[in-house]
Structure formats: C-alpha cells, structure tokens
Design a binder for this molecule. Structure first.
Ligand code: FAM
Length: 435
C-alpha cells in the first residue's frame, strides 16, 4: 500500500472512532431547527450534511481544512519558479487533513501521471456524439464510458467486505483524477481543434500537463491552470455538484457513477455553467455597445436591461456566501500581476464596480457580490482560450479533487445511504392546521 493510502487509513480509523463516540454521547442533541420556508426554499441554511474537506463561512469564504485561499496560495508547494499552488497539494490537504510537503506533492504528480492512461473505447464513445454536443455532455459520456474501469464496482460484484469499501474507493478516486485531464483535453481538441490531439507529458505536474494537452504551453497559462484547479476544487458539501456526488455515492455507486452525477449538476446554469454565461454576457454587452471598453453608465444600463428581461446577472450572488468570493479576489490578484492591461479584465473590474449596487437596490438579492465565475472567463480569453462553452469542463476537472476526496471519506467513515424524509403540500396543510 502506498504511504498516502496508509496515512489516510490511519487518519480515517482515528476519525471513525471519534465519530462513533460523538454519536454515542451526543447523537440525540439538536443541531438545527427546520422551518417550512426552508423546506420549500432549497433547504437553505439547514445543517444536514458532514463534509470533511472544506467549510464555508458566509462572510469570509471557503476554508480548506482550516486554510483560506490566500493561506493556500502562500503555504501549498509550488512548482520551481512558480507562484501558484499545485492542486496536488490541495488534494493531499483535503484527503489527509495536513499541509503536504514538496515530496508528497511530487508523489501525487507521479502517481497520477502513471495512472493516466485512458482506454481507446472512451474516446470512441465521445467520437460517437455529434460535434455540436455540449462539451460537458461529451465529458460526462467519457466519464461514464470509463466506469468499466471501476475497481470498486468489480470488487463489490465479487463480494467485498464493508471494511474494504474505502480502499477500492481510494483506488477509483486516484485513477479517475489521473485520467480526467486527458478526457477533458480530448473533448476540447475534438470539438475545437479539428481532432488534432496532443499526447500527455508525464514529466509535467497534473495541471501543467492538462494545459499542455489542451494545447497551451505558455508558462502563464500553466500557472493559471494551477490556480484555477486549486480554487474550484471544493466549496463544502451542500453545493449541487458536491452534494450530488455524495448522495449518489451513498447508494454505493462507484466513483465514476457518483462523479458523473455531480458533473450533470455542475452543468446547470445556476451552478458551474455560470462561468460560460458570464463571458457570453460580457461579450454580448461589448457587441451591443459597438466594441471597446464600455462606460460605467453603459454597463449599468446593460445590467438593468438584463434584469428587466427577467434574467439573472451571471457571476453574481451566492446561496451561502455574503461577501465578495475570495476565489474571485484570487483571480483578480492574478490578473493584477500578469494581465493588468487586458481589456476584458478591465471590463470585469468595471462590472464589479457596478453590479453590486444595482442588485442591492432590488432588495431581494441576498448576496450582491461576485462569485468565482465572474472572473475566470476573462483570464482564459487573455491566453486565447476563447471557447467559453468549454469552461465548465475546466471547473469539473478541478471539482473532482474535492468531491472525490470527500467520497473517500464517506466510505472510510461508513456513512449510510442518504434518505431524508419528504412530505406533500397536503401534509404541510394538515400540519399547520395542527392535525
Ligand atoms: N441577478 C439577478 N437576480 C438575482 C441574482 C443575480 N445574480 N442572484 C439572486 N437573484 C435573485 C434570485 O433570482 C431570487 O429572485 P426571485 O425571488 O425573484 O426568484 C432572489 O434574488 C433571491 O435569491 P437569493 O436568495 O439571493 O439567491 P439563491 O440562494 O436563491 O440563489 C444563485 C443563488 C447563485 C443561484 C443566484 O444568486 C444566481 O442565480 N446567481 C447568478 C448565477 C450564478 O452566478 N451562479 C453561480 C454560483 C456559483 F457560485 C457556482 O455555483 N459556481
């Protein structure tokens, strides 16, 4: 057994005992109360899940095992001469609960490079789809085709013991994370680059190799991919992609099945698809206004038009956060350092100056501030990555790190099948009448 797997086993056994004690001594303690409003309104604010990898504070933003995004950018290992964290390090932190050393990160880079081979039938499955298919659909078809490789499903069919679930889930997780960049890059090159594919380079770190397979060997783009893959990885357990992966996994569906389910949720415009919607919205605005950098008044007018058409302003608002998303700020800092004078970046910053005030005026938007998706597209466009329909796939490759680390924990802690109670409105009416 590899040393990271051994370490995870020890950590999981320790936490497993603590959880048992917690349930034994405090299992009947109330943690929350649930209102009828919450039941009808997306279960917002109900504490009903455990997710070890990260915790979201409404005002401060996400912390991964206690570390904020600025702290991660400072403390996680980087490539030689680089300034952005290696996502391998974040995965280690989420899985093990401790900051990794350089050697830990290199070990993961090497392991993922060795496991990255994707069988040809996965590419054949993608090839069978019309070229007009959305990249997220192609990506997910690839993941589903790869499910044949699940060692968890195979072991279950052969009658594995409950004690071993975590071990096979760990193997599936490592294999899937190792292969996702190749599948994603295949989709990109097929759809946008005439099917001219680029072979992986096993000497590169995970994110840089992904950039390379996409066709972007610029050092700046590789740095952007390291940052991008780090900041999109996890946002505690209740968001649609994380919750779906967890829920489907709770039926003992393997990592491929559970992750594909999560990706279908990420593909929704109120969740991960928002990153493509933002850039589409900005480009449309620029086109309508005749190109160049719009004035603040013109942006304001365009925002009001969007709202009057009954649409949301993409990239703004959040179900839990109540401040500017630190993932937005991290990207803004990257842009200030590397691409100060980029026109689209400047527009993103002007939109940031304009939108919150207008959303606040509406009086109903709980969070008028930008989320992660408000900035990412402009950075990608700067490097020539203009195919915005693909942006959610990038988000998905990153999201694998968090939701699959969580899935390992789910099986290690032997969490049961998830099955909350639902009621009918008829039941609610009787309830309020006191019957
Ligand atoms: N533009 C216009 N209206 C907005 C808005 C926005 N950006 N954000 C919220 N609202 C409206 C919302 O539609 C709702 O209106 P109705 O009562 O008429 O239905 C009202 O404000 C209250 O909503 P809320 O409680 O503030 O937000 P929710 O928790 O229901 O929804 C979001 C949260 C993220 C779905 C919502 O803010 C939104 O639609 N934002 C735009 C899409 C987006 O950027 N999504 C990405 C989220 C991101 F972090 C991610 O998952 N990647």
């Amino acid at each position: 057994m590899g040393y990271i797997k051994e370490k995870f086993k020890v950590k999981a056994e320790e936490l497993g005992l603590e959880v048992k004690e917690l349930i034994k001594n405090h299992g009947s303690r109330k943690i929350d109360e649930v209102t009828i409003g919450q039941v009808y309104q997306g279960m917002r604010g109900i504490t009903g899940l455990v997710s070890e990898t990260s915790l979201l504070d409404a005002n401060e933003g996400i912390r991964f095992r206690g570390y904020s995004i600025p702290e991660l950018r400072e403390h996680l290992p980087k490539t030689q001469g680089g300034a952005e964290p290696l996502p391998e390090g974040l995965f280690y932190l989420m899985l093990i609960g401790e900051l990794p050393t350089e050697a830990d990160v290199q070990y993961l880079s090497g392991m993922w490079a060795r496991r990255s081979h994707v069988p040809n039938y996965v590419f054949d499955a993608i090839e069978a789809l019309p070229i007009s298919t959305h990249p997220m659909t192609m990506f997910n078809v690839g993941i589903m085709a790869l499910q044949t490789e699940s060692v968890f499903a195979k072991a279950y069919a052969e009658g594995m013991s409950k004690k071993d679930y975590w071990s096979y889930m760990y193997e599936d997780t490592m294999n899937l994370i190792a292969r996702l960049p190749h599948i994603a890059a295949y989709v990109y090159r097929r759809k946008y680059k005439g099917g001219h594919h680029i072979q992986p380079n096993g000497m590169l770190d995970w994110a840089a190799n992904f950039a390379h397979m996409l066709g972007y060997d610029d050092d700046g783009f590789k740095e952007l991919m390291r940052l991008y893959m780090t900041i999109h990885a996890d946002h505690e357990g209740g968001n649609v992609s994380a919750h779906t992966t967890h829920l489907v996994g709770s039926a003992l569906s393997d990592a491929y099945l559970a992750f594909a389910a999560g990706m279908n949720g990420l593909a929704g415009p109120l969740h991960g698809l928002a990153n493509q919607e933002v850039i589409k919205w900005i480009l449309n605005m620029r086109e309508e206004l005749g190109g160049g950098i719009p004035t603040k008044a013109q942006i304001e007018q365009y925002v009001r038009k969007t709202l009057s058409e009954g649409k949301v302003v993409p990239g703004y608002g959040h179900a839990v956060l109540r401040k500017t998303d630190p993932r937005f700020t991290a990207q803004m800092e990257f842009a200030k350092k590397h691409l100060q004078n980029d026109e689209l970046v400047r527009i993103v910053w002007m939109v940031y100056d304009t939108v919150p005030g207008i959303l606040q005026e509406l009086g109903k938007v709980k969070n008028p501030w930008p989320n992660v998706d408000a900035h990412s597209g402009a950075l990608l466009v700067h490097y020539g990555f203009v195919e915005y329909e693909f942006y959610t796939v990038l988000f998905g490759v990153s999201r694998a790190l968090g939701v699959l680390a969580s899935l390992c924990w789910d099986r290690a802690l032997a969490l049961p099948i998830e099955r909350p109670k639902s009621v009918t409105t008829e039941w609610m009416k009787l309830f309020v009448e006191g019957k």
